[in-house]
Design a protein around this ligand. Structure first.
Ligand SMILES: Nc1nc2c(c(=O)[nH]1)N[C@H]1C(S)=C(S)[C@@H](COP(=O)(O)OP(=O)(O)OC[C@H]3O[C@@H](n4cnc5c(=O)[nH]c(N)nc54)[C@H](O)[C@@H]3O)O[C@H]1N2
Ligand SMILES: Nc1nc2c(c(=O)[nH]1)N[C@H]1C(S)=C(S)[C@@H](COP(=O)(O)OP(=O)(O)OC[C@H]3O[C@@H](n4cnc5c(=O)[nH]c(N)nc54)[C@H](O)[C@@H]3O)O[C@H]1N2
Ligand code: SF4
Ligand SMILES: [Mo]
Length: 824
């Protein structure tokens, strides 16, 4: 049998290849081979299009195959059980209306027709705009492209800015390189192939690729494993003895969370002191004033006159000075060392400093754009600027109304609740604006009158589950929800957030129902374009999500063509959609044709072939190609990489609703008031971190990392991924547990001034003393005392008006007590 690069097509009409899609770093990359009988998925298998029928693929692969990522796109457990998830009783099959007289959140709904649902939504929107003005309709959590586009033609609406994922990186990437926050492909030297081929060693900060997939499921972890088998040492810096540490690392360096800037600065000091850093790179690419400022700060010649020696760093981050010194020499001696700092580090107070300090360290190592050197700023795997997008601004300008992004999106509830305090004179407009991260003109505060929630966010317009994913406690969000006149959402399955809607529109599951063409999520480490051919008939009256928004457009008097450019209204919806996909794919074909490459035909594509973009490149990706390889300038005032931002010292700019780069681009994710953000990299004690004075009252720092068994909240209710597979427990160190008389599996109370949670303890030495962990995306299930028994860690987050600008904090300080003995 031919073991290599064999593409298997569906043959008898009962087997389909479809791509798993969700907001994980593997999105659209993993392939599920589905066996269908009587219109139902009866079993699934992993991808087998390359290296057919072989378990350990590398046994059959040549070096070039690894380079070109000719590997099976095998799904993780989530993808392998998704068909079950789509068939759960919680699936929403019909348009639903909250039953008259029942409370929001009670989950009591009655079935209505599509016409009634859509007509009601449109008439309520029109009524809201008329009665309460254009700023009465909001899309609360995460900027929502779909909503923005419709509203830009309809002339109303407001929304939030930023989200809880990697805002710090998006802001700082723009400050450092001038490139806009989403130009992900530039930040990176990111592909697994590059690492495997060129790196001599690997150092990972706060990254567990065995859990948080970046590329097809565990493929990135697999590449690291292969590298290690080739003798390349792997070091992981993480407060936890994570699964990646356990299975991939030669050395684990535990660190106090939120103090990575200190270890990076201690390393920079060591390199400066030994005069071992890439001076040629610095001279050529880095703006000198900012670099000198950074060097002065590190060497003790800055305002604080404190050298950032490894001893200084050790005191802050808990890593011994000799380890820091050795690590600095290690990365220099093993040049190129694949050095990689992931987002968990910066999803905290002062997260911006992590990004800029890491970028400076990468510059000292000459790692920007260097094969094998790791991402310059942080990960991103987009190889090319593929012309893809069926309705977005990629192809045409939006309408004349620009939806204002008023408040920090994860603080949407505070934006609603504190408005009352402003209106009653309790707080000033300035205090209000500062508390909610207002990023618009002051005059809009008086016009802001939120009454209608249009839920959804990001590129998944019907998605987001902000009651348990926005970094703010659900109880405040529910208070804000209950102030609304009307709430709509479109969704495939009942979630804690969906339960609060007045009308729910049932959406097709995009993996199984309905066709689509998608590219990799922007933070994957590999790049592919995959198809969803539509494996089963959509159940009940579920509809394709673009159809829903087209129907809303029609009822609002917005020409659907402005929204979805392939809409004709003359053919059936299915024909318009299919035509849209073909046209979009055609653009991709043309793009590759222009580069002398041929890709599969559309029909073959939807029959299981795909675009392995890594194969279509001559070299593995290294970031900043125009600057590094073609001598083009960075889009900064100096044309170089910058580590000094005079804007933050310009008091006349503070408070302005928007800020722009020297060449007139909006600085995305910069709040009106950046509060104490310094103008060049600095070590600052993180608010609500282990060194915050508040830790006297709440001595444990809670981490809320992502779970292997779900994507954020998605799959929390999947019985195949619960019970003995995944037990939702608080990780607590054995020392902290002993002090509190807590034993493994005892029920414990975790609390702070934001909320209370009760759940079982996982007593372990795999997490540092003084820290605890609850995986993100638990359910919110308050009991009669308001204690969250579902244990969504976000119950314990938010509420800090002084640090609510950027980034969202996915951590907080807590206290822990024993609640109930385990009944064993
Ligand atoms: N299975 C799964 N995969 C996912 C997701 C998911 O929900 N489920 N979500 C996807 C999304 S949207 C994103 S943004 C990414 C998130 O990817 P990350 O931000 O990397 O994910 P986290 O799980 O928050 O953290 C990863 C590791 O960092 C460690 N860590 C936490 N704080 C610190 C710190 O201060 N310093 C150091 N050195 N380490 C720290 C944690 O212990 C954890 O082991 O994952 C993506 N992949
Ligand atoms: N405490 C804490 N909070 C965090 C984080 C953290 O580390 N800790 N991480 C933050 C990060 S990095 C992120 S990106 C956000 C993510 O927060 P969200 O964006 O709210 O989470 P997602 O999982 O992306 O939301 C996806 C939603 O889309 C729906 N969905 C998925 N597939 C389909 C489909 O096929 N059809 C339909 N109709 N719906 C579908 C799901 O049911 C789900 O409700 O969470 C943030 N919140
Ligand atoms: S890694 Fe992500 S995209 Fe891949 S199967 Fe798992 S959940 Fe789906
Ligand atoms: Mo994220």
């Amino acid at each position: 049998m031919d073991m290599k690069c064999k593409t298997q097509h569906k043959d008898d009409g009962s087997t389909f290849y479809t791509a798993c899609r969700c907001n994980c770093g593997g999105s659209y990359q993993c392939i599920i081979k589905a066996n269908v009988k009587d219109g139902k998925v009866i079993s699934v298998e992993p991808d087998d299009r390359y290296n057919y029928n072989c378990g350990r693929e590398d046994a059959y692969m040549e070096e070039e195959d690894l380079q070109k990522v000719r590997i099976q796109r095998r799904p993780c457990v989530v993808g392998l059980t998704w068909h079950k998830y789509a068939q759960l009783p919680e699936r929403i099959l019909y348009p639903l209306k909250r039953k008259e007289g029942t409370e929001r959140g009670a989950g009591e709904y009655e079935r209505i027709t599509w016409d009634e649902a859509l007509d009601t939504i449109a008439s309520k929107m029109i009524e809201s705009r008329e009665k309460y003005g254009p700023l009465s309709i909001i899309s609360p959590y995460m900027p929502n492209e779909t909503y923005e586009r419709i509203m830009s033609y309809w002339g109303a609406g407001a929304e939030g800015w930023g989200w809880c994922s990697y805002d710090a990186a998006r802001l700082m990437a723009q400050m450092i390189t001038g490139g806009e926050g989403w130009e992900v492909q530039n930040w990176s030297s990111s592909s697994g192939a590059d690492m495997l081929t060129h790196s001599k060693a690997i150092v990972l900060w706060g990254c567990d690729p065995t859990v948080g997939h970046q590329g097809p499921a565990h493929a990135f972890a697999w590449y690291i494993k292969l590298a290690r088998e080739r003798g390349k040492p792997v070091i992981i810096i993480d407060p936890r003895y994570s699964m990646a540490v356990r299975t991939l690392a030669d050395q684990w360096i535990p660190i106090k969370p939120g103090t990575d800037v200190a270890i990076m600065m201690g390393m920079a000091y060591t390199l400066f002191e030994a005069d071992t850093y890439d001076k040629k790179f610095i001279e050529k690419y880095v703006e000198p004033v900012g670099f000198q400022k950074f060097k002065d700060y590190i060497m003790g010649n800055g305002d604080d006159k404190t050298p950032k020696t490894p001893e200084w760093a050790a005191e802050k981050c808990g890593v011994p000075a000799e380890t820091i010194r050795a690590l600095a020499h290690f990365v220099w001696d093993n040049e190129p060392c694949w050095t990689y700092a992931h987002w968990s580090l910066s999803r905290k107070s002062q997260g911006e400093q992590v990004i800029s300090t890491f970028a400076a360290l990468q510059a000292m190592l000459g790692n920007w754009g260097k094969p094998g050197g790791g991402p310059a700023i942080h990960p991103g795997g987009q190889v090319q600027d593929l012309p893809m997008g069926y309705f977005s601004t990629t192809y045409s300008e939006p309408g004349p109304y620009k939806v204002p992004k008023l408040f920090r999106s994860h603080y949407w509830a505070q934006a609603v609740l504190l408005l009352d305090d402003y209106k009653s004179g309790k707080i000033s407009a300035e205090e209000y604006m500062s508390s909610v991260g207002w990023r618009a003109d002051k005059s809009l505060v008086d016009q802001f009158n939120p009454r209608f929630l249009f839920w959804g966010g990001g590129s998944k317009p019907h998605a987001s589950n902000h009651l348990v994913t926005a970094c703010d406690t659900a109880s405040d969000q529910i208070k804000a929800i209950n102030k609304m006149d009307f709430i709509i959402t479109a969704h495939s399955i009942m979630t804690p957030t969906v339960r609060y809607a007045d009308i729910i529109l049932p959406v097709q599951d995009w993996i199984w129902e309905g066709s689509d063409v998608s590219r990799t999520a922007p933070y994957g480490v590999f790049e592919a374009v995959q198809g969803n051919p539509g494996v089963v008939e959509p159940p009940g009256e579920t509809k394709q999500w673009v159809w829903i928004y087209v129907e809303i457009c029609k009822r609002l008097g917005v020409d659907p063509k402005n929204f979805f450019r392939y809409y004709t209204g003359k053919r059936s919806w299915e024909e318009d959609w299919e035509n849209g996909l073909r046209e979009m794919y055609h653009d991709v074909e043309e793009y590759y044709k222009g580069r002398g490459k041929t890709i599969p035909t559309y029909d073959n594509f939807q029959n299981g072939e795909f675009l392995n973009c890594d194969e279509l490149e001559d070299q593995p990706l290294t970031g900043f190609v125009p600057q590094m390889k073609e001598n083009k300038p960075f889009k900064t005032p100096s044309g170089k990489i910058e580590f000094y931002y005079p804007l933050f010292e310009d008091e006349s700019q503070r408070g302005k609703s928007e800020h722009y780069t020297f060449d007139g681009k909006l600085i995305d994710n910069l709040p009106a008031d950046w509060k104490d953000m310094p103008s060049s990299p600095e070590y600052k004690v993180g608010r609500h971190g282990m060194d915050d004075p508040k830790s006297k009252e709440y001595p444990i720092m809670l981490l809320t990392s992502h779970s292997r068994y779900r994507v954020h909240y998605v799959h929390w209710i999947n019985p195949w991924l619960r019970g003995h597979v995944y037990r939702h427990r608080v990780w607590i160190n054995a020392v902290d547990a002993a002090k509190r008389g807590i034993k493994d599996n005892d029920k414990i109370l975790v609390y702070n001034d934001r909320g209370k949670i009760i759940m079982p303890a996982y007593v372990t030495s795999r997490i540092m003393p003084g820290t605890a962990l609850i995986h993100q995306g638990g359910n919110y299930e308050p009991d009669e005392n308001g204690i969250d028994r579902g244990a969504s860690p976000n119950t314990l987050l938010g509420g800090d008006k002084a640090s609510n600008f950027t980034p969202a904090r996915a951590t907080n300080l807590v206290q822990i007590e024993k609640y109930e003995e385990a009944n064993v």
